[in-house]
Design a protein around this ligand. Structure first.
Ligand code: UDP
Ligand code: MG
Length: 320
C-alpha cells in the first residue's frame, strides 16, 4: 500500500473547514482509492485568529489520519506548504486549499497520472467568472514575468498539485528563505502532467488576497529567481546615456553655430523628473536584491511551530 499525504494550509478558515474535511475524506474513502492507498491529512494552521485550530483539533480526536501543525503566528501560505511537505510521510503529497476552490475529486485523476509515472500532476484552473480587469492584468503579468525569469510560469496554475516523493525531496533541498513556490515547482523540473478544471467560487470565508498583496507577490516573482531585472537596468542606463550623448552633441553644435540661447526650463525640469523617477526605480530594484540577501544570510527558520500532534520521531523529514 502506498501512502498519500494531503496538505491543507489554513488561515482563518473556520467557516469552510469542516465541509472541506468531509469532501476530502469522502474522496479518500472511495473504494477505488482505499484499495491502494492509505492516507494522512495534514492541516497547517497558519496563525489563524478564529477557531480554525479548535476545529482541526476536534477532527484529529475523531480521525487518527488527521495531523496538524499550528504556527505561532501567520507566516504565509508558502511557509504553511513548506511545513506540510516537511512533515509529510507519504509516497506522494497533494497540496489543496482549505476553501474547496480546488475540487477534491481531482485527487482521483492525480493519482492515476502518478501511477503512469508523472512526478508532478498539476491542476490548472480556467479563469471563468473572474472580472475582465483581473484577467487582463494576469495575462500581462505572465507575459512579462516569463520574459524576466528562466523558469516557465503558466497562468491558472497554482499550488493545487500532486508531488511525488522525488519531487518533494527536491523541493525540500532548496533551502532559500524567500520561497516563491510557483517558480520553485517549475525549477525542480520532472515529468509534469497538467489537468484542467473549472474555476470554483470559495464556499465560505473570504480570500486573503487584496490588490496590494497581489502586487507584492508579482514583484516577488520577478525578483526572486535571477538577476535579470538588474541586467535590464544596465541596458536602460546605457540607452539613456546614449540618447543623452546625442542630445548633448546636438545642443553643443547649436551653441557653437548659433550662440548661447537659454530657454531651457522644460528640458531641465523634464529630464530631472524623468531621470529621478528612473533612478528611484533602479535603487528600488537594487534594494530588493540587497533585502533578499539580508533575509537569506540571517538564516531564520521559515516558521515557528506552537502546537502539533506529530511526534518528532515519526517524522522523517524534519530537522533536515
Ligand atoms: N493561506 C494560508 N496563509 C495565508 C493566506 C492563505 O495558509 O497567509 C491559505 C488559505 O487558508 C487557503 C489557501 O492558502 O487554504 C488559499 O488562500 P485564499 O483562498 O485566501 O487565496 P485565493 O484562493 O483567493 O487565491
Ligand atoms: Mg481560495
Amino acid at each position: 500500500m502506498k501512502k498519500l499525504s494531503l496538505i491543507i494550509p489554513c488561515y482563518n478558515e473556520s467557516a469552510p473547514l469542516r465541509d472541506t474535511y468531509i469532501e476530502v475524506k469522502r474522496v479518500l474513502e472511495l473504494q477505488q482509492i482505499k484499495e491502494d492507498y492509505t492516507h494522512e491529512i495534514i492541516f497547517v494552521n497558519d496563525g489563524s485568529k478564529d477557531d480554525t485550530l479548535e476545529i482541526i483539533e476536534g477532527l484529529s480526536f475523531r480521525d487518527e489520519s488527521v495531523k496538524y501543525i499550528s504556527f505561532s503566528r501567520n507566516f504565509g501560505k508558502e511557509a504553511a506548504m513548506l511545513a506540510g511537505l516537511e512533515h509529510s510521510t507519504g509516497d506522494m503529497s497533494i497540496i489543496i486549499d482549505a476553501d474547496l476552490q480546488h475540487p477534491p475529486h481531482l485527487i482521483i485523476d492525480m493519482l492515476n497520472f502518478y501511477e503512469q509515472g508523472f512526478d508532478q500532476v498539476i491542476a490548472k484552473r480556467s479563469r471563468k467568472g473572474e472580472n475582465f480587469f483581473r484577467k487582463w492584468v494576469t495575462r500581462f503579468y505572465y507575459r512579462l514575468i516569463n520574459k524576466l525569469i528562466d523558469v516557465e510560469l503558466v497562468d491558472g496554475i497554482g499550488d493545487f498539485r500532486l508531488l511525488s516523493r522525488k519531487a518533494i525531496n527536491s523541493l525540500l533541498s532548496l533551502s532559500e528563505y524567500n520561497r516563491f513556490s510557483k517558480g520553485l515547482f517549475s525549477w525542480i523540473g520532472f515529468e509534469k502532467k497538467v489537468i484542467e478544471y473549472e474555476n470554483q467560487e470559495r464556499v465560505a470565508g473570504e480570500s486573503k488576497w487584496g490588490f496590494g498583496s497581489l502586487l507584492n507577490y508579482a514583484i516577488d516573482g520577478m525578483t526572486s529567481f535571477n538577476s535579470k531585472p538588474l541586467r535590464l537596468l544596465i541596458y536602460l542606463g546605457l540607452l539613456i546615456t546614449f540618447l543623452n550623448v546625442i542630445y548633448i552633441s546636438i545642443t553643443f553644435i547649436n551653441i557653437l553655430i548659433f550662440g548661447i540661447d537659454m530657454p531651457g526650463y522644460f528640458t531641465i525640469i523634464s529630464s530631472i523628473l524623468l531621470l529621478g523617477g528612473i533612478q528611484l526605480i533602479a535603487i528600488g530594484v537594487l534594494g530588493e536584491y540587497v533585502g533578499r540577501i539580508f533575509y537569506e544570510v540571517k538564516r531564520r527558520p521559515h516558521y515557528i511551530v506552537s502546537q502539533t500532534n506529530i511526534s518528532p520521531e515519526s517524522d522523517k523529514n524534519i530537522n533536515k
